[in-house]
Design a protein around this ligand. Structure first.
Ligand code: DGL
Length: 275
């Protein structure tokens, strides 16, 4: 046993499991603590103050569980809460802690996926309204034409395990048609919500074959790997016992029942007290 901590992975619900799954492939040696705020998901249609308040509560929960580094594996939280946490909250903490998002690493590479230089983005209303992707992409690929489409029903479909049902087809088809009508030159679409990779088979059904679909999991995993190489002062604080622990703000039995489907293997979570 050492006194070292774990890498915290946070999402509003199950979606962050799609990121953790890819991180575990890239960096299996570390300890991880996952927290899903399922009881209050979805975050996508909530205002800035609420997303900030909920995210900060969850971040503090993970800090108390000894996570020196937390990844907000949620685009909505990354778009609406990360900057304030990094600029106003973290500087006052002792010992120092780090919180990273998943928008920046995605925007650093997204231009490499398109030949036409026309990219589409599916995201929650909150992420779309924040314009975080538009702002960040401009810094790295100013020539890219980026078109967003908010898909407010997709997260509720996933959280309720209805994402592969016949009813989901209507909402998938509708948003794909909307996006491609706005820009027919799109040849790559980013799933800018960590819940959406779970709908991949449905999305593929309605997307023309020449369009590439980009999920964030492996992008975020590679970026985290680089971060840990560049920040030995953080890396040295993380245990390497290959242990992952799961917490949820909802009843854990319900979480366990569904989470395994999304994570790809059975897992057992504990109810996060106080959230
Ligand atoms: N997985 C979250 C994201 O990436 C979903 C947000 C929500 O709860 O609406 O944005």
């Amino acid at each position: 046993m050492d006194n070292k901590g774990s890498i915290g992975i946070f999402d509003s619900g199950y979606g962050g499991l799609t990121i953790l799954k890819e991180i575990l492939k890239e960096l299996p040696e570390y300890n991880y603590i996952y927290l899903g705020d399922n009881a209050r998901a979805p975050y996508g249609s909530r205002d800035f103050e609420t997303v900030y308040k909920f995210t900060l509560e969850c971040v503090n929960y993970l800090f108390k569980k000894n996570c020196p580094l937390i990844i907000l594996a949620c685009n909505t939280a990354s778009a609406k809460a990360l900057r304030t946490i990094q600029q106003k909250y973290l500087p006052n903490l002792h010992p120092p802690r780090k919180v990273l998002g998943i928008i920046r690493p995605t925007t650093e590479v997204i231009g490499n996926y398109s030949r036409t230089k026309h990219i589409g983005i599916f995201a929650t209303e909150g992420t779309v309204q924040s314009e975080s992707y538009l702002i960040e992409i401009k810094k790295f690929f100013c020539e890219l034409v980026v078109t967003q489409e908010a898909c407010p029903m997709w997260v509720p479909l996933v959280e309720n395990n209805e994402h592969l049902s016949d009813g989901a087809d209507y909402f998938v088809k509708k948003h794909i048609q909307n996006l491609l009508k706005k820009d027919p030159h799109i040849d790559a679409i980013l799933l800018a919500c960590t819940h959406y990779p779970l709908m991949l088979s449905k999305i593929k059904k309605y997307i023309p074959k020449n369009i590439q679909i980009i999920s964030q999991g492996s992008i975020v995993a590679k970026s985290l790997k680089n971060y840990l190489i560049q920040h030995p002062e953080i890396e040295s604080q993380i245990s390497k016992n290959k242990k992952s622990v799961f917490y949820t703000s909802m009843d854990s039995a319900s979480f366990n029942e569904k989470a395994g489907l999304f994570f790809g293997e059975k897992l057992t979570a504990t109810r996060a007290e106080g959230i």
